[in-house]
Design a protein. Structure first.
Length: 515
């Protein structure tokens, strides 16, 4: 009997026919060519040098735009305020898009903040009222702690306090300024001896969805502004010299609303400071920033090619009697499945490992902002996508062995893997349906490519068409693995246990017809 290594070598010799290798190379070239075509075809159009996204303390791109009225605060000190109102403006919201209305978007923010200067992306801790999520303590862009719910008014004011002790900032809230409740504590490593403390206001764009296709959606974002009113302002440890200094963090007062109606800024009158601002403080970059996986536009076509190769390998090789003895059919099946999977994995790994860094370099050279990823994430994307391709081809190979007819097996494999993947990457189907397709079909495995992170405290279109898979990468791979194991097991059950005469007769009755 042949050893496992001998069997694998023999099946590899059977697989590496010139035509088959050319087709596998074509799949790699398609993935590379379409990815590079996308990169070369995208250019930033800016008046002058394009602005770059600020980066947070951990090096990731962030949003950091708000209006800030502030003073110096040393290593130990605090700020306490009473917030008496929070109002806002939303321009041209649905359904008619014909008027400017008063109101707040859910994550509009106004409150107090301690920040390492006014540089965008610097470390901070803030305690705030939000449009619809009550009191929150947020720090260093990615962290969010919930306080009490509800809003604020002159009849029901909110007291907020931030206390700094070295690198530690603690947030407390109160309904009456006497009985305080702790909201959270933030450890901001590396804070300098003097930081900035004060009141702020920010308001991200109003996100709505426009229906397209068969129920899909595209994003529409409108200008908004938030205004917070503060009194009973008390500082401990902060210097009073020079008074409050108003300053915009990020660009401000360029919109028509700010120019002609209400400018973002701070007004002090009768012991009350009113702060109006736009923008957001959060863990995502500005609009137009591209994730690295956008360079994988050729993945669906490459997937289609390797699935056809796998099915053809299964149906055309089923009757081949290997020279030099006939090992058990099930061993031969597993060896062939391993060969087609390994060949696809290597093809996918080499292609993705080239197209992502090269595509990213070209996009940055064209002035397009790209969301940076760590080396570990890049390795995970490359190996994950290659594994998803390999598992898909093993699944298609097993389908070919079960059906023993090429065309039906190809149609079934394409319908189960390629079609769900393609239709969910486009704004074609309703978001809910797209999410379920990527949970329950083998296409879930391609969640391995996702580098975008969904944050509950950031309003965004968290849908597959926007690059967000409903499952984490490991869960998507697990779904694809489960399908592959089930179909492989079914194929093994249908195969004869040995190459005895009766088994050969049984296999001769089966037709590996391509039609």
């Amino acid at each position: 009997m042949l050893t496992t290594n001998e069997l694998l070598r023999r099946e590899w010799t059977g697989f590496r026919r010139p035509g088959r290798l050319v087709v596998m190379a074509a799949a790699a070239l398609v993935l590379l060519a379409l990815g590079l075509f996308y990169a070369f075809g995208n250019h930033a159009s800016c008046d002058g040098p394009c602005a770059t996204d600020p980066t947070g303390p951990n090096g990731s791109p962030v949003s950091d735009q708000f209006y800030f009225t502030h003073r110096d605060l040393p290593e130990n000190g605090s700020i306490t305020v009473r917030m008496t109102s929070m109002t806002g403006t939303i321009t041209y919201p649905p359904p008619h898009h014909d008027q400017i209305v008063p109101g707040l978007v859910p994550w509009a923010k106004a409150g107090i903040i301690i920040k390492d200067g006014v540089r965008q992306g610097s470390s901070y801790a803030a305690l705030m009222l939000t449009g619809s999520h009550g009191v929150r303590m947020q720090y260093d862009y990615g962290h969010d702690i919930a306080g009490s719910g509800g809003g604020v008014s002159a009849q029901s004011p909110r007291w907020l306090r931030l206390t700094r002790s070295g690198d530690t900032v603690t947030g407390d809230e109160s309904a009456d300024g006497k009985l305080w409740a702790k909201v959270g504590t933030a450890k901001l490593s590396g804070l300098p001896g003097t930081v900035q403390v004060g009141m702020f206001a920010a308001s991200p764009g109003d996100l709505t969805l426009r229906r397209v296709g068969l129920g899909g959606a595209t994003e529409q974002v409108r200008f908004t502004q938030a205004v917070g009113a503060f009194d009973n302002i008390s500082l401990e440890g902060a210097t009073a010299a020079g008074g409050w200094k108003g300053e915009a963090v990020g660009e401000m007062n360029r919109s028509d609303w700010e120019k002609h109606h209400k400018a973002s800024g701070a007004v002090e009158e009768g012991g009350t400071i009113t702060v109006a601002g736009i923008g957001d403080i959060g863990p995502t970059g500005t609009a137009g920033t591209r994730p690295v996986e956008r360079a994988l536009g050729g993945l669906s076509l490459a997937l289609l090619i390797v699935l056809v190769v796998a099915v053809r390998f299964a149906t055309s090789e089923y009757h081949r009697e290997p020279a030099g003895g006939a090992p058990p059919v099930r061993r031969v099946f597993l060896a062939r499945a391993a060969i087609v999977g390994a060949a696809t994995f290597v093809t996918g790994l080499l292609s993705v490992a080239v197209v992502i860094p090269v595509g990213t370099m070209i996009l940055k050279g064209n002035g397009v902002a790209v969301i940076g990823i760590s080396t570990l994430t890049g390795v995970r994307v490359a190996t994950g996508v290659a594994a998803a391709l390999a598992l898909s081809t093993v699944l298609a190979f097993a389908l070919g062995s079960v059906l023993r007819r090429g065309l039906p097996a190809i149609l079934l494999a394409v319908s189960a893997i390629v079609v769900p993947y393609v239709v969910t990457t486009l704004p074609l189907l309703p978001d809910g349906l797209s999410q379920w397709l990527l949970r329950i079909t083998p296409a879930a495995g391609f969640a391995a490519q996702q580098t975008l992170v969904a944050y509950p405290q950031v309003v965004a279109h968290y849908a597959p068409s926007a690059g967000y898979f409903p499952l984490p990468w490991w869960a998507g791979i697990a779904v694809l693995c489960a399908y592959t194991v089930i179909v492989v097991a079914l194929a093994l059950r249908r195969l004869p246990r040995s190459d005895g005469q009766s088994d050969r007769a049984e296999r001769t009755e089966q037709t590996a017809d391509w039609r």
